[in-house]
Each structure stands twice: as C-alpha cells, then as structure tokens.
Ligand binder design. Structure first.
Ligand SMILES: [Zn+2]
Length: 812
C-alpha cells in the first residue's frame, strides 16, 4: 500500500506539468505583439520580434508597454542577488506569454531560450550556421524557471579574435546563453598591487619576499601583518573606485620566488600562504560588500590543496593543465572542494600550439570529455568556467555548442546524443547521414589521426553530402567544412615535408588561411602568429608577419573562395587522398608469454630513451607471490613536476585495483624499483610522470611488452628498435606511422623505409615470412599495428602476445 502511494506521488509530481499551448502566429499572421517594460529590455524585445518575423513570415510589432499582454518582457520585482542575476521565468498562458528575468541579461537569455524552443539555432558563430526554421504557424507550450548551473560560462580564444570575427562570436555567445552574470577576477594580482603602492614597498622592503637573504619581488612576505593589511586596503579601494565590481583577484604573481623567512615557513605550504592572504581580503570585502568575491587560481606552486579552510567568498579556480606536484585533476578538485565552498575551472578546450585546429586533437572536439567533465566538475563544487579555446569552429564548433548547453544545465549531458542528432539534422537536412560520419571523424573521443586515409574519408563524406541536397543554406555549411578539410590537407602536406617543399607547403597554407579567415573554421590569427615562431624550418618573407598590414603583406592576398572553386577542392581531395588498402584485425588484450611459440632468437632491441605522460608496460608473473624489479629515472626533462608515479595492476585482481604504488624522485638518477604482487599471470605497470621524462629499464629476458594499437598508441622517445609478431597466415602488415625508421623482415632485411609523414602503411608478407618476428629499427615516433598483434618487445623472450594467437599456433 505504502509502495503504491509512493508510485502515485511520483506520477503526480514528476510527470511534466504542462502550461497552456499558445499560438504566436497562424498561416503567416501574428497573434500577438512583443511588449517590453523598460528601455533596458528594448534590444531583447526587438531581436525577439525580428526573429519571430523571420520564422513565421508574420509581422511582429514590438513596443514599450507596462501591461502584461502579448509576449511581455519584464524584470522581476524581487531584489537580485549576485548569483541570481541570470535567472528567468518563461510561461505561456494561452493568450499571452510571460518572460520575466532578474536582469536585462536574464531576459535576453530567456528570449533565446524561447527561440531555441521553437527551433531557432545558432550552432556555430556566423550567418552560415544560423538555422531559422520556416513555420508560418507557430505555437509554444512552456513553463520554466531556470538559472545557470555555472555562474560564468566563458569560452574564449587564446591569441584573441580577428577583427572580422569579433561581432559574430559575441552574437554566438548571447544566442547560446554563454555570457556571464558575474565577472570573476582571478588573474595574477601581486605585481599590480606592488605597482599601485610602489612608494610603500620602497619604504618597506620587509613587505617583500626574502629570497637568498634578499627582500625582492614578485612575492610578498605573507607573514607580515602590515603587508596583509595593505593588500586588504588595496582591495577595498578597488571596490570604492568601482562600486559595480563583482570580485577582486588575490592570485599570486607568476613564477616562483616565495618568501624563505622563518615566519612565512610557519604558515605552511605556498598554497596556505596564498590562501591566508586571500582569506584576509575576503573577510574584509564581505563585511563591506556582502556577497562580493575574491578570486584565486590553484595553479603552479599554489595548485596543491591547502590545509586551511578558504573563506566562503574565496573562489578557487583549478586549472586543468600545468598541474604541479604530481596531482591528478580529480585529486586537486577533491582536495580543494574539501576546503573551499566554490570552485572555478580553468579549462583548455583548444590551445593552438597543442592542436593546430586538427580533427579531434583538442578537448573542445572530444564529445566524451565534455559530457563527462562538465557535470563532474559541477558536482565537485565548480560554479565558474573559463575555457580557453580557439576560433576554430571546424574541429571544435559542435563541442563548444554542446558545452554552452551543459554550462547552463549540466543535465543536458544526458541528452548529448539527441543534441548531436539535432545539430546534424538541423544543419544538414537530407545530407545528415554522411555528415554524421564526417563528424565522427572529428570527434576526439574516437582518436582520429591526421593521414591521407582520414582526409580521404572526410572528402568522400562531403562529396556524398553535396549530392544529397540543393538547399543553399546547407550547401554553404558543407562549403565551410570543405574549406576546413582542405586546411587539414595543407597542414599534413606542410608538417610532413622538409626543406624547400616544407617552405612551399607553408606558403600555400598561409595564403589559403587568409582567404578563409571570415569563416572561423580555423583560428587564422593563432596559426599565423604561432606556427612561424615555433618552426625553424620555414620563414615568413619580409612584410608577411601577422601584424603586417594587408595592403603591403605579400601573403595576405586573394578573396574568399567561390562555390565552384570549393566544388573543385572536393573533387581533387577525393582524388588525391587515397584510402587504406587493408582490413584491420582485432586482437584480445589477454596477453600471455610468446615462449611457447619457440621463436628464433634475435639481436636484442631497445625501447627508446624515456617516456612522457602515461605509459603502460605489460609483464607476466609465472608464480606468485613475486617481486617485480625495475630501474627508473625520473625528471629527465623537467625536474620540477613532482615524482613520477607507478602502479601495478594484476589483471586477476577482481576490482582491477593497483596492488603496489611507487614514486620515483625526479632527480635524474637511477632508482631500484621493487613492486610486490600476490597474483600470478598478466600485470600492467602504469607510469605517470606529468610529461617530465622518465626512463624505465628491466633485466634482459624479463617479460615486458609495450602495446601500440590505434586505441592505445604508444609514444616512444629516442630512436627505438622493437620486434612484433606476424601470425601464421597473415597476408599484410598494416598500421599507422608518424616518424622515420625502417621495417625489417625476419631475416633482418629492410623491407620498408618510413618518412616523417604521418600516414598508414601496408607491407605484403611474402610466403614463409609469417609466423616469425619482424621489427621496427632506427625508429622515431609512433607505430600502431592494425593487422598483427599490437605488441612490441625487445626480443622473443620478453614478448607477450594475445592468448588466442598463442593457443591457435601451438595447436597447429
Ligand atoms: Zn616572509
């Protein structure tokens, strides 16, 4: 009985409560006017009326009025709190629609929410990606009160925007509710405080940090109470000068130089010192201006979590990159959320130097990453989001659109598949089938590798899509993506060439970039400024720098490409970029020693000089308990990123938990490493080193295999030489390569020479050469094996292979 009552309760209170269906227009005739109460709402009202006119073909009158008739925009009567600025209420009553917001900004959000509900979309910035449905009869049925899950939702471009792009990006932000109600100041602050009070610091050198016995900038002597008072007064003065200020920053200056005096040491860690000062500021600010905030990063030396509580008005922004001390992002979030009420996230959706706008290369193009992290961070107390991105709608536009939806409402993460389908169907109509496949190739969670094969498939999907529609708006979107795909090809040609060819490809790419700059498909400004700075293999001619004006710039020439030129690029792309000529073969990861195969002995290879980031090694324990002994050297490139960490995962451990944990000091010296296990069989050793560079070595003949497949690519550094097994009956060795080197057959003869150009390779296996070890020698970069077991080892005795291969061949 009780159970039934509970079900009844759920049905009544969880089923959607419908408002009244309200007709805005019928057969191209408007049923109501748009009215607004107060001049501050005029712009939003005018935009709403204009957009409804475009959707219905009916004339929507827009006028100032206090009376609640028609579609009425008004401000809420209640007082507005700092975090309540963006809340709004939308409701249809049959003969009228009410739009009430806390602020004009909130009303604007409500307007774009209403338009979204009737089918309007601004997927990517600019006219081409605006979807205005044609609905001469239009009705809505809405009742919603909402406010954003993240108080600030900033997606901004590193290197900034081209002048031509600023307005469309700003429009995209507004139309996707990706503007912020609160301005969280959180940039480096100490230097500015020193500058504002230069005289005081001259008179009081003791306010500055003591480093090597000398008082000096750019850090404070935080233990000095007078110094802290000065910083507090400086913050109060900022609020006095700008009464509308939402927050001040108390983030330390960049770099190190923390005070070495005895009193500062007593406060505790660098983080505790920075937080102590921020807390002092927040306490006084909160008293004088309740609700206002103090921003600070968890970054660099002050990224580790504190031991003291943060004042409730201190907002800690955790950076998801450049983390010190060997912490993972989750450890930082957990540590900080235990001590601070509100967190911010400093994200990296795209950084041009890392991703160069290539398919799936950045977090902004990784749909799984976005759908997982945005709700996850929010659940740990994150309420501010500042995401560095690029103006690169080609690879990351869809991701940024989805992110904006989730920033407002993290529950949208559960509807990502439907949102992607909506994007594809609204943007591409009849061509959405091939375009879904196209977008799967841009998705970072599927790890696309830039190659002729990938480009070939992108071009083929575009060609197919163009044949399925005559709709001009859709064709314009396909044109944009063709320009993006052509850029990717030019980038591949440039990055894989050397000498004169590299310079020529570089020039071709830049001349093309200039002609497509208005599309925002790639971040022309960032590429132009950054690529020549980092590539010593190419030069810009005089007057061709990014800042050199167009009139005299030899590479800033030519106009936007015409549709017929773009059509030609598509056909040429299909012709030029050939597809793979082999079928990938799947293998299990149930690895066992290859010793049963009694393979011929070979000269021992080597696994390169070190690893960076995360690397798995696979080993085998014959009899447990056992101790796995290795030698490790950490800090090879960067000695300041904390220890490298090792975990040992026996595959037989039911919960897939690590049974041994080790840390290697980053002192560039070899350390003996011993890890115990009670489990026999396959073990995975995971090394994580914050990309500091770590070398791991082991005794000759110990089972030790590195897996390198498309799903788990292994990046090895330094020239390496490793063997792989070609099972009996294999006709073709196929895979992916991105660096120079040789492929040797079982007799040690060179059968293929790799160039630096990334791409797929395939080699026929001659008769009698199967069932033996082949190898990659003098190799740099990656080799991902796709038709043979993706297992690399220094010789036969160390090799592990998929169980099914070993079982099959020992039975034969
Ligand atoms: Zn000090």
């Amino acid at each position: 009985m009780l159970k039934n009552a509970f079900v009844w309760f759920l049905l009544v209170f969880v089923s959607p409560i419908h408002a009244v269906e309200t007709f805005l227009a019928k057969d191209g005739r408007a049923f109501m006017e748009v009215t607004y109460a107060g001049e501050a709402l005029k712009t939003a009202a005018t935009e709403l009326a204009g957009m409804l006119t475009r959707i219905t073909g009916a004339e929507f009158v827009c006028k100032a009025s206090e009376s609640e008739s028609g579609i009425h925009l008004a401000l809420q009567k209640e007082a507005v709190t700092l975090t309540g600025r963006e809340g709004y209420h939308l409701e249809s009553f049959g003969d009228r629609i009410e739009i009430t917001g806390a602020t004009p900004q909130a009303v604007e959000h409500a307007v774009w929410d209403l338009l979204h509900r009737v089918g309007f979309r601004q997927f990517l910035p600019g006219k081409t990606w605006e979807v205005v449905p044609s609905k001469p009869s239009l009705s809505v049925d809405v009742k919603v009160t909402t406010s954003p899950d993240y108080h600030s939702r900033r997606i901004w471009a590193g290197f900034g925007y081209l002048k031509e792009r600023e307005a469309v990006v700003e429009e995209w932000n507004r139309r996707n509710r990706a503007t912020s109600g609160i301005t969280l100041n959180t940039g480096h602050a100490y230097d500015h405080i020193m500058d504002r009070h230069a005289k005081v610091f001259e008179q009081h050198p003791e306010y500055l940090a003591m480093v090597d016995g000398k008082r000096q900038k750019p850090k404070f002597c935080t233990s000095n109470a007078e110094l802290r008072k000065l910083v507090v007064e400086d913050a109060l003065a900022q609020f006095a000068a700008q009464p509308d200020l939402d927050s001040v920053s108390c983030d330390p200056s960049d770099g190190g130089g923390w005070c070495e005096c005895a009193e500062c040491a007593k406060i505790g860690s660098v983080t505790d010192r920075a937080l102590l000062l921020a807390n002092d500021v927040a306490a006084s600010v909160d008293k004088a201006h309740p609700g206002r905030m103090v921003g600070m990063y968890a970054y660099n030396e002050h990224s580790p979590p504190p031991s003291i509580e943060a004042h409730p008005q201190v907002v800690i922004s955790v950076a998801t990159g450049f983390i010190r001390g060997g912490y993972t992002i989750d450890q930082l979030l957990d540590g900080w959320s235990a001590k601070a009420r509100t967190l911010g996230i400093r994200e990296y959706y795209s950084v041009n130097a890392w991703d160069r706008d290539l398919p799936g290369a950045a977090r902004g193009g990784n749909i799984d990453y976005l759908r997982t992290t945005i709700p996850h961070f929010h659940a740990r107390g994150a309420r501010f989001m500042s995401a560095e991105a690029s103006d690169n709608a080609g690879p990351n536009g869809l991701g940024c659109y989805l992110a904006a939806r989730m920033f407002w409402d993290v529950d949208e993460a559960k509807k990502i598949d439907a949102l992607v389908t909506d994007f594809l169907e609204s943007s591409f109509g009849a061509a959405s089938g091939p375009m879904r496949k196209f977008y799967e190739m841009l998705d970072g969670s599927k790890k696309p590798s830039l190659s002729d094969d990938l480009l070939g498939r992108m071009w083929r999907r575009l060609q197919e899509a163009r044949g399925l529609t005559k709709d001009k708006a859709i064709l314009a979107r396909l044109d944009d993506l063709a320009l993006y795909t052509h850029y990717c090809g030019l980038y591949l040609d440039y990055s894989s060439a050397s000498g004169k060819e590299r310079q020529a490809a570089f020039e071709a790419m830049f001349r093309f970039l200039w002609r497509i700059r208005d599309t925002g498909m790639v971040h022309v400004k960032a590429l132009w400024r950054d690529v020549p700075n980092r590539d010593k293999g190419v030069t810009l001619p005089p007057g061709a720098k990014y800042n050199d004006p167009e009139a005299a710039n030899p590479w800033k020439t030519g106009v936007a490409l015409k549709p017929e030129e773009i059509a030609k690029l598509v056909d040429e792309g299909v012709e030029k970029r050939k597809l793979l000529d082999f079928e990938p073969v799947a293998f299990s990861m149930k690895l066992v020693p290859a010793t049963k195969l009694k393979l011929t002995e070979v000269p021992r290879g080597n696994a390169g000089i070190y690893l960076r980031g995360v690397r798995d090694f696979w080993t085998w324990v014959d009899a447990a308990p056992a101790t796995i002994s290795l030698t490790g050297t950490a800090g090879v490139i960067y000695p300041n990123r904390g220890p490298a960490k090792m975990e040992l995962y026996p595959l037989a451990e039911a919960e897939l938990k690590s049974v041994a944990h080790l840390e290697i000091d980053p002192d560039k010296k070899p350390h003996e490493l011993k890890m115990g296990t009670k489990f026999p069989g396959l073990h995975r050793i995971e090394v994580t080193d914050s990309t500091q560079g770590t070398s791991i070595t082991w005794q000759d003949g110990m089972p030790m295999t590195i897996v390198s497949s498309m799903e788990q690519p292994a990046k090895l550094f330094g020239r390496w030489h490793l063997y792989f097994y070609v099972p009996k009956g294999t006709k073709m060795v196929g895979g992916y390569s991105d660096g120079e080197g040789l492929m040797l057959d079982p007799e040690g003869k060179t059968v293929h020479t790799f160039s630096a150009k990334p791409g797929y390779f395939s080699m026929k296996v001659p008769k009698g050469m199967d069932g033996q070890l082949w190898s990659f020698k003098h190799t740099s970069g990656q080799r991902q094996l796709m038709t043979v077991p993706p297992c690399l080892a220094r010789d036969a005795s160390e090799l592990l292979l998929p169980e099914e291969v070993v079982v099959k061949e020992t039975q034969q």
